[in-house]
Design a binder for this molecule. Structure first.
Ligand code: FMN
Length: 368
């Protein structure tokens, strides 16, 4: 085993939880949970990845208990008796084969589709009712609605622990509710929940983390996923300098985050001019906490191309491994390559790169 592969298969702690290797399954919405209940097929889908050596599975986004957190009845909920029983079965299946699993806790905010199949009569929530800089879809959230939403996240994270999950990931990325608070384009509030600076706009998320931490205790691992890019604006950078990024991250870090999941569309892009570090590299350097990199790892095309119907071919991962070896980041999250190859981790471990299959959007049609 060469030194790079050896590093990929070395353990590391998140909080006090030992993750046996550095490969994380990226959260990917599959919309295969009718009535918002994850069934046996969903449990077996995650179990296959655990059996094949994924160090840590982050589930697809699963939505909190407000009436407008989701826009699709096939997206699994993370509240209510039946969805939670479905998730318990998922956890048991993954644990049976020695895997580790965190749910990704999600609220879509004003990115919820207008043709939602989930509580279509209920308005969407966002800090200023904006889905885009100039696209108003609802009234700004009231103070009560803010409290209800925070509480829904805290309850979900508490449920994750009760169900036996090994930790939880909070979805603060990609332009959804938490990110709508971060982003100056969608948060124009003048009260405590808004603000001119990026660090002021972290309050909604830091309250979620701080209050969750109070409920679940010091030892329950919490990952926070964030991104500079928004679905509403792929090239946006909310932190324009390392200093701004540092202020943003330190608020979150101090509120009780154990690890940051730094979403880029292409992991090899440097984050700021003048340094080769990517977003996870900067995050690790600034917070001194473990970070996860993600984005087109082992694939030719980025995931936005997937939604335009494009397939993506396997590529060399030496560059990724060299940077992991140098400790720029600690974990690597694999998305689409793990959809097409449930055995991606064992293929890489055995250096059987020729056996890695192309990702095609068709692979999303069923739970392979
Ligand atoms: C089908 C699909 C669904 C996704 N759903 C989510 C999601 O629920 N939550 C999330 O944070 N990211 C989601 N993503 C983004 C992935 O987690 C990941 O960041 C992205 O696919 C880049 O990784 P990759 O290039 O290895 O696929 C999704 C991506 C895909 C392809």
């Amino acid at each position: 085993m060469n030194k790079y592969i050896k590093k990929l298969f070395s353990p590391l702690l998140i909080n006090k939880l030992e993750i046996p290797n550095r490969v994380v399954m990226a959260p990917m919405t599959r919309s295969k949970s009718p009535n918002s209940i994850p069934g046996e097929d969903v449990a077996l889908y995650y179990k296959r990845r655990a059996e094949n050596g994924v160090g840590l599975i982050i589930t697809e986004g699963t939505t909190v208990g407000t009436p407008n957190s989701s826009d699709d009845t096939n997206i699994p909920s993370f509240h209510g008796e039946k969805p939670l029983a479905g998730w318990k079965n998922v956890v048991e299946n993954v644990h049976e084969v020695g895997g580790l699993i965190f749910p990704q806790i999600w609220h879509q905010g004003t990115l919820r589709r207008a043709d939602t199949t989930w509580n279509s009569d209920f308005p969407s929530w966002g800090p200023s009712g904006l889905a885009l800089v100039d696209k108003k879809v609802s009234e700004p959230m009231t103070l009560d609605e803010i409290e209800i939403s925070i509480d829904a996240f805290v309850k979900a994270i508490y449920s994750a622990r009760e169900l036996g999950f090994d930790g939880a990931e909070i979805h603060g990325a990609h332009g959804y509710l938490l990110d709508q608070f971060f982003w100056e384009g969608t948060n124009i509030r003048s009260d405590d929940w808004g603000g001119i600076s990026i660090e002021e706009r972290t309050k909604f998320s830091t309250e979620i983390v701080r209050r969750s931490r109070e409920e679940v205790g010091d030892d329950f691992p919490i990952i926070f996923r964030f991104s500079q890019w928004k679905q509403q604006d792929f090239s946006h950078k909310m932190a324009k300098t390392p200093e701004e990024l540092g202020k943003f991250l330190m608020n979150l870090s101090n509120s009780g985050v154990d690890c940051f999941h730094c979403s880029q569309r292409r992991f090899w892009n440097n984050e700021f001019d003048g340094s080769e570090l990517n977003l996870a590299g900067w995050t690790k350097k600034l917070t001194k906490k473990p970070s996860i990199t993600v984005g087109s790892i082992g694939l030719t095309e980025d995931f936005i191309e997937t939604f335009k119907g494009k397939e993506s071919k396997p590529t060399d991962i030496l560059g990724l491994l060299e940077r992991l070896y140098e400790d720029e980041y600690d974990f690597v999250a694999i998305g689409r390559a793990l959809i097409s190859n449930p055995d991606w981790v064992s293929l890489v471990k055995n250096e059987d790169y020729d056996k890695i299959k192309i990702f095609t959007p068709k692979d999303l049609e069923s739970l392979i």
